[in-house]
Design a protein around this ligand. Structure first.
Ligand code: GLU
Length: 278
């Protein structure tokens, strides 16, 4: 089977050394297997993404010496794919509207004796899961804004038991419940990261998902979504996050370590590749 990997940045700023590490990692895994390397632009959140950053990232990756297949998939151009996936989950009764504001959720968690914590913080207490169909209809009719959440307990009952494999850490039993009922869509972002990434990796035929270990736990949710949507499960390889000399991981705020700044300071592509090496 041909190995297909991808690098999937969000164009919300300039790429830094950590991104170069991720891109080179994905490209290398494809090249060493005689496979294919793709670039995907994760630009669903229109409030944070800029086309100037997309142009800059393509230029910076090419300068580093990377090449990828065209056309590049841009998530904002494929909203229908995510809407269709969401409709399928809704038809299966696995999704419910949640009318809670962030503030109401925080208050409810603060008042609870014990609130379970997931990888992204406190887990949604499930308040709106218990609403009746009539209550849901009334609130939607009253135009109260809502998010769509996955009913993870119901979905897991339907799909279990699931597993996935990480090249580094081996076989993992899927534990999507650690995140609670994740949001799959909101008015301003009609497809969440979890939904879009799962649909895209399948549609693009990605066979090996490489990404930073900060997203390791998210794969539990992606594995469940694959099962619910009848999508294939790729292999995974979560890699360490490149850290600076002070041990802190790189982030978009580290302006001096953007590929752009390094290039403008006279560094050659090979030098920057070495800095981002693994
Ligand atoms: N777009 C995500 C990010 O910039 C990466 C998505 C993924 O590799 O699954 O962190």
């Amino acid at each position: 089977m041909t190995v297909v990997t991808r690098f999937a940045p969000s164009p919300t700023g300039l790429l830094h050394l950590g991104h170069a590490h991720a891109a080179l990692f994905a490209e290398r895994r494809a090249r060493e297997a005689g496979g294919r390397f793709l670039l995907r632009i994760e630009d669903i959140d229109r409030t944070r993404c800029r086309s100037t950053f997309e142009a800059a990232l393509s230029e910076d990756l090419a300068w580093l010496g990377l090449s990828w297949e065209t056309p590049v998939r841009r998530q904002s151009e494929h909203m229908d794919d995510y809407t269709r996936a969401l409709a399928r989950l809704e038809a299966g009764g696995l999704v419910y509207p949640c009318f809670c504001t962030r503030r109401a959720i925080a208050a409810e968690i603060a008042a609870a004796a014990a609130a379970p914590h997931g990888p992204d913080g406190p887990v949604y207490p499930g308040t709106c899961r218990a609403l009746t169909e009539a209550e849901r209809r009334a609130r939607i009719a009253a135009e109260i804004p809502y998010a769509l959440r996955l009913d993870v307990a119901r979905a897991s009952r339907w799909a279990e038991p699931l597993a996935w494999t990480d090249r580094e850490r081996g076989e993992q039993a899927a534990r999507p419940e650690i995140f609670g009922d994740v949001v799959l869509a909101r008015k301003e972002t009609p497809a969440s990261y979890h939904l879009a990434v799962t649909v895209d990796d399948a549609l693009q035929g990605v066979t090996l998902v490489t990404r930073g270990e900060d997203l390791f736990a998210a794969t539990h949710v992606h594995r469940l979504l694959q099962a619910l949507l009848g999508l294939p499960t790729p292999e995974y390889h979560h890699h360490r996050l490149l850290a600076g000399g002070d041990g802190r991981r790189f982030a978009k705020r580290d302006k001096s370590l953007t590929l752009r700044a390094l290039r403008e300071s006279g560094r050659a592509p090979a030098e920057v590749r070495a800095l981002a090496e693994f």
